[in-house]
Design a protein around this ligand. Structure first.
Ligand SMILES: [Zn+2]
Length: 594
């Protein structure tokens, strides 16, 4: 009896020690996560609850391991051997979690709400006499480098003329600070996380816009539109799903490319075939033109009138000697502050960038004039000009784009002109690019009725235009699904998806511990988290995280609600070819693909 009592006691001790050890491990992970990640949006009660839940998950894991430890120690009489065995078991449970946890956390799609079905397109015909739709997207064009939005240099005189005959939207938000997600959103009317989910489900194989999504061009073509697209950005290639629905899709003539002598394709190479196509376009038609010129390298064909050749000479020589990779690397170095950009170098780069805008503007004028001369004008056509995202010139220390969600990146110009668009107006409030999708469909008479599937994530702007009332919807903008900016006309909150769930996402001890470890040990999310009162601080200089807990929590709650209202969709796409190796190599040279 004494022997079995000893075994029972040793068994119980083994279970208790292991459970306590792993429970403490869970608690330590939770505390580390709270300190490193959760601090801004959790109040004290939530922090305590988080630590308790994670302690429980750790203890649950400890209980499982503890049975093994108990059995082992029950049959081992020597105390020090028992100690070593239990220690080894605890270490064997903790070390792999710590090692695996050093990887960045995955996206907890569950936090975005249960996926909803994305059914086939309902049959719909365009309204008789529906307007022709011309969409011009300009890559990397900051709204505030246009006089329309207060810039001092006349970078786009023709766009200004266009705008006088149409409506300028004061604040338009792109759904991402880079081409792929931003234009995929515009072309589907869906938020990027919806598309990302499906892409991830396919193991990132094939086209980014899966075949089962109904693109803007597909919806218009199904309604009876003639459709043509002319694009210049590698991400927008046919293989990546952007050609879906276009009867004519030209991703070659103007594709942004470079040779040993630095011969870039320019806006004219995109616009030229579009003009040729216009000669045989049949109304109603949808024409999409995407030009790339303001994208780096900043090498316009001719200098802008604001450029000073003698002052620019040393920089022109230095940049002129660089390959595309070298040019990208130089801008990345400036972004990293090694070295810091001098005011002269920055002025040189901005001057070149602005001259590229001017170059695009000339082509915009040519396109507009051709439309008018072909009789496609206010009576029967709507022209929309916007951008996929902006560019950083060390406004917040950065260069290039895609790495933050400040307004210099996510605010884009938006001008509409033509039939049904009030001339000479500026509309305040805030709109987003997914609204442009809905607006184009509305202009065609092809907007799905509210509640009709498949739904769009944006709303038509025609009612707001007709009433002259500024739309005040919140907008979402994403960096690779991990970070989201929730922007209202007055406020912006930038938060991270991944660590903000009051985890653990799973009660299965191993999974739970692993995801906790990823949050606790993964890259800290502090730098990209922020809160700005745009009303008082439009340049986003005063990060109010830590100073304004009430606004932070209110906005965070609104963000969660907005996010839940736009869940991922269940889409069964067949994998297309995806971008080929040559395309991926070219994207690497521009600093995109790792
Ligand atoms: Zn772009």
């Amino acid at each position: 009896m004494a022997v079995s009592g000893g075994i029972g006691r040793r068994f119980a001790t083994g279970v208790a020690v292991t459970t306590a050890a792993l429970g403490s491990f869970g608690a330590a992970l939770a505390v580390a996560a709270v300190v490193r990640v959760h601090l801004p949006v959790l109040d004290w009660g939530e922090r305590v609850r988080l630590v308790l839940r994670w302690t429980a998950v750790g203890a649950l894991g400890g209980l499982g391991v503890g049975v093994a430890a108990g059995l082992l120690s029950g049959f081992v009489a020597r105390r020090w051997v028992r100690g070593i065995l239990v220690g080894l078991l605890v270490a064997a449970s903790i070390v792999p979690v710590l090692l695996a946890g050093r990887r960045s956390p995955g996206v907890p799609w569950s936090a975005l709400g249960a996926p909803q079905e994305y059914p086939p397109l309902a049959e719909r015909r365009a309204a008789p006499g529906a307007a022709n739709l011309v969409l011009v997207t300009i890559d990397t064009l900051r709204h505030d480098h246009l006089q329309l939005y207060g810039y001092e240099r006349p970078t786009a005189p023709h766009l200004a003329v266009l705008a006088r005959g149409g409506t300028v939207f004061e604040a338009a938000v792109a759904q991402a600070p880079e081409t792929l997600h931003s234009l995929a959103s515009l072309m589907t009317g869906l938020y990027p996380h919806v598309l990302d989910k499906e892409f991830e489900d396919r193991g990132q194989a094939g086209a980014f816009i899966g075949s089962a999504f109904h693109t803007l061009a597909e919806r218009l073509a199904a309604g009876g539109y003639d459709t043509a697209g002319f694009v210049s950005n590698l991400y927008l290639k046919q293989e990546n799903g952007f050609g879906q629905g276009f009867r004519h899709f030209d991703d070659r003539s103007g594709m942004f490319w470079w040779g040993p002598k630095g011969r870039w394709k320019r806006a004219e190479h995109v616009v030229e075939p579009a003009l040729a196509w216009l000669e045989r376009a049949e109304s109603p038609f949808f024409l999409w033109v995407h030009v790339m010129d303001p994208h780096h390298p900043y090498e316009p064909a001719s200098a802008g009138p604001w450029e000073d050749g003698s002052r620019a000479a040393p920089h022109a020589a230095a940049y002129g000697a660089l390959s595309i990779r070298g040019y990208t690397q130089r801008l990345k170095d400036l972004r990293a502050g090694r070295p810091r950009a001098t005011p002269e170098e920055l002025a040189y780069l901005v001057g070149r960038y602005d001259a590229e805008i001017l170059q695009v503007d000339r082509e915009l004028a040519r396109l507009h004039q051709r439309l008018e001369s072909r009789g496609f004008d206010e009576r029967n056509t709507v022209l929309i000009v916007t951008a996929d995202h902006g560019e950083e010139f060390v406004d917040h220390g950065g260069m290039l784009h895609g790495h933050s969600l400040f307004d210099e990146l996510i605010r884009v110009p938006l001008v509409m002109r033509g039939r049904g668009i009030p001339p000479g107006k500026r509309l305040g409030g805030q709109v987003q690019l997914v609204d442009v999708t809905a607006t184009l469909l509305d202009l065609a008479g092809l907007l799905p009725a509210s509640g009709e599937s498949p739904e769009l994530d944006g709303v038509s702007l025609l009612p707001a235009l007709a009433a002259g009332e500024p739309p005040l919807h919140a907008a979402l903008s994403f960096i690779d699904t991990r970070y989201v900016a929730y922007r209202t006309p007055d406020w912006k909150l930038v938060a991270a998806f991944a660590p903000y769930d009051l985890g653990p996402p799973s009660w299965l001890p191993w999974e739970g511990l692993l995801s906790m470890a990823r949050v606790a040990l993964g890259r800290p999310h502090h730098p990209k988290i922020g809160l700005w009162h745009l009303d008082e601080d439009p340049r986003e200089q005063q990060n109010l995280v830590g100073n304004d807990a009430v606004s932070l929590r209110t906005l965070y709650a609104s963000l969660l609600g907005h996010r839940q209202a736009h869940p991922p969709r269940l889409v069964a796409s067949s994998a297309g070819p995806g971008l080929n190796r040559r395309g991926r190599r070219a994207l690497r040279a521009l600093g995109y693909v790792q």
